[in-house]
Every structure is written in C-alpha cells, then in structure tokens.
Design a protein around this ligand. Structure first.
Ligand code: TXA
Ligand code: MG
Length: 343
C-alpha cells in the first residue's frame, strides 16, 4: 500500500507512482484511485496481465473491462473511428466519469479485455493519480472496479485491501474517491447513443450536449438481457439481505420494529435528514437529500459498513431518480436484488 496525495502534480516527488507504473509494465496488477471508484489496473495489451485481473476479482470472463487512457493519442491507438457525437462528448466530459463504447482497432488490445467483442469501452479518468500512473506506465490500462466480484465497489483504499489483500501487487492510496458511483457507460456505436449503465455523468448532462439519448431497458427492467455484459450480474450486495422501502418514515419504522420483535438485528440506510427519526440496531446515512451527490459518494462505504456490524436484514429508503439519483437507485436496486416494498 503506497499513500500519495490525490492532487499530485509532480510525479517525481512520488516514487510510489513510479513503482506502481513499473509493476504495471511488468504485467502485474495494481489498484489505484479514480474520481469514481478504485480501479484494478493491468496492461491492456497483455493477456497475462489481464488474466490476473479476472483471477484476483473472481470476475466472469465474459464481462469486458474499461480501458483507461490519459491522452488523445492513446485513444487513436485503440479505436477505429470516432463518431462526431463521441467527439463532442469527449470535449464536454473528458477527463471525467463517462465511458464510451467505440469500435475497436483489431489487434491493439489483449482479447480478454473486450471479452471477444468488436467494441471497446474507453475512458479518461479525472484524477491526478490515475492520470500520472497511466502516463508513467506508457500503457493503456484495463481496469474494472477493484472489488471482489459481486461486492460494492471500493471508494477507499481500505475497501480494496479488505477484498484483495494478498491477491494483487499493490494499492496506490489516494484517499476517498469522490463521485462514489462508477462512470456512465454509453454505447456510441449506434446512431442514437444508448446508456448501458447510469453513472457519474447524468442523462440530463449528456442530453444538453448531444440531444436525446436512449437507455438500455435492461437496467430499468430486470427480465431483459443487458447490452453491457456486467449489468446482468448481482452486484454491490452486502452480506445481509437488503430491502428497499418506498413509504413514509413511520411505515419503515414499523417494518424495523416487526423484525426486531422477531429477534433480528436490523440495519437501516437513510438520508441524513431522516436519520434521527428512526430507531434501529445500525443506521447509516450515506449523505443528504439536499445534495444527492453526497449520497453517491457515501453509498458503497455505507453498504460495506453493514457487513462489519453483522446485521440480519437491512432496510433502505429510496432516493429521487433525477440526475445522479438514477445511478444511486440503479445500484441500490441491484444490491437489493430488486426487492422493494411499497406502502
Ligand atoms: O468508474 C468506472 O467505470 C470504474 C473505474 C475504475 O474506472 N470502472 C468500472 O469498471 O466500473 P467495471 O469493470 O466494474 O464495469 C465496466 C462495465 C461493465 O458493466 C461491463 O460489462 C461494461 O462496462 N463494458 C465494458 N466493455 C464493454 C463493451 N465493449 N460493451 C458493452 N459493455 C462493456
Ligand atoms: Mg465493477
């Protein structure tokens, strides 16, 4: 574990980043911070390196990885042609939490990165440590979130350590990540781009730049096969069952009381504004309804906290679905395996 300042501007003062870059160049895997979540990086040109990522995470190999780049020239090296709409989005949101699916230039990446698809997911992260590390390695870096497959993504180096210690070559610790939910995945290979995974850049933000975008129905409805292979897996789940509740505070409290009367230890995830209204065995407030981005930042740490305190069941309030709320509710619904109680 190497600790570095998240605002690092002069890489020479951080031998840790140079060391991590050397490990990447030697086809080892290293976790590093981005503005969304920690990623588990590997040389995207090396089958050997990419295989280590899948093994460390226990990730199904039909689930392709995002390639992280730090420059325009790295982009041109791996994609065929860049549609004008994609260009506009890059100008508006890169570096940032937007992943674009583009046609891949054959033979430029290890086959396992794209799981045999003819497209590739690319993003330029908005985090000084990530950018410096990619630049220092001189490589396109394939990086999924640095969690064990199925667990909430890591927003602190400690989360990576809890999941992957002993299975990877190192962790660059740049403190808490910021956005807290993963990048938006947007398929730009169709005439009208399609959101495959809601994330850090909202649908509203995309539409102000390029007009209407579509959404993959599968991330809204459970019973359709999603176009992003990763979206079909249960994800982000804490150990105890999580149930979303759409209803008044008193209704939620009543459910908590019923379970406690049955002898269960009950956890609750609620907005900070409501925290004091409840009584439960363990209450976590990831953030505030007045500023939904704070809920996104704290969401995965909140879900992980329930594992540490060993609750038997977790109830969660629901959050408004506008803006970043769409990504928040997408992750909560997945963590809950779509279980929702409505008053
Ligand atoms: O914010 C993020 O995106 C983080 C940080 C580390 O950059 N990374 C991340 O990666 O969330 P991962 O592997 O956990 O999620 C990548 C998603 C998966 O749902 C995967 O199926 C989808 O992107 N994906 C990757 N390549 C694809 C492709 N060629 N076509 C469609 N979906 C793709
Ligand atoms: Mg992930």
């Amino acid at each position: 574990l190497w600790i570095v300042d998240k605002n690092v501007d002069n890489i020479q003062s951080y031998p840790q980043i140079i060391e991590a870059a050397h490990l990447l160049a030697k086809n080892e895997v290293v976790a590093f911070p981005t503005e969304t979540v920690y990623g588990l990086g590997a040389n995207a040109r090396s089958e050997e390196a990419v295989k280590k990522v899948f093994e460390a995470k226990g990730r199904p190999n039909d689930n392709p990885l995002i390639v992280h780049i730090a420059s325009q020239s790295q982009l041109e090296e791996i994609v065929m042609d860049i549609p004008p709409i994609a260009k506009q989005l890059m100008d508006a949101f890169w570096p940032g939490p937007l992943t674009l699916i583009l046609k891949q230039k054959p033979g430029t990446l290890a086959a396992a990165v794209t799981a045999g698809l003819d497209t590739v997911a690319v993003r330029m992260p908005d985090h000084a440590v990530a950018r410096q590390l990619i630049e220092a390695s001189g490589l396109p870096i394939a990086a999924p979130s640095a969690n064990t497959s199925g667990k909430p993504s890591p927003t602190l180096a400690k989360h990576v350590q809890d999941d992957l210690y002993g299975r990877i070559a190192g962790i660059v610790d740049g403190g808490p990540t910021g956005v807290g939910v993963e990048s938006t995945v947007l398929d730009c290979t169709e005439d009208i781009p399609i959101i495959l995974r809601p994330g850090g850049v909202t649908k509203e933000q995309l539409e102000t730049i390029i007009g209407p975008v579509k959404e993959d129905r599968a991330f809204v409805k459970k019973d359709e096969a999603p176009k992003a292979p990763g979206m079909k897996y249960t994800h982000y789940a804490p150990k105890a069952p999580l149930i979303l509740v759409k209803g008044e505070n008193a209704f939620i409290q009543q459910l908590i009381n019923e379970r406690r009367a049955e002898g269960m230890k009950v956890g609750l995830l609620a907005a900070s504004e409501h925290q004091a209204l409840y009584e439960a065995d363990y209450i976590v407030a990831p953030g505030s309804l007045a500023e939904l981005s704070t809920v996104a930042s704290g969401l995965y740490d909140a879900l992980r906290q329930f594992d540490d305190v060993h609750v038997d069941i977790i109830y969660s309030e629901v959050f408004p679905e506008a803006g970043i709320g769409q990504a928040i509710m997408n992750r909560l619904c997945k963590a809950a395996g779509q279980q929702m109680i409505e008053q």
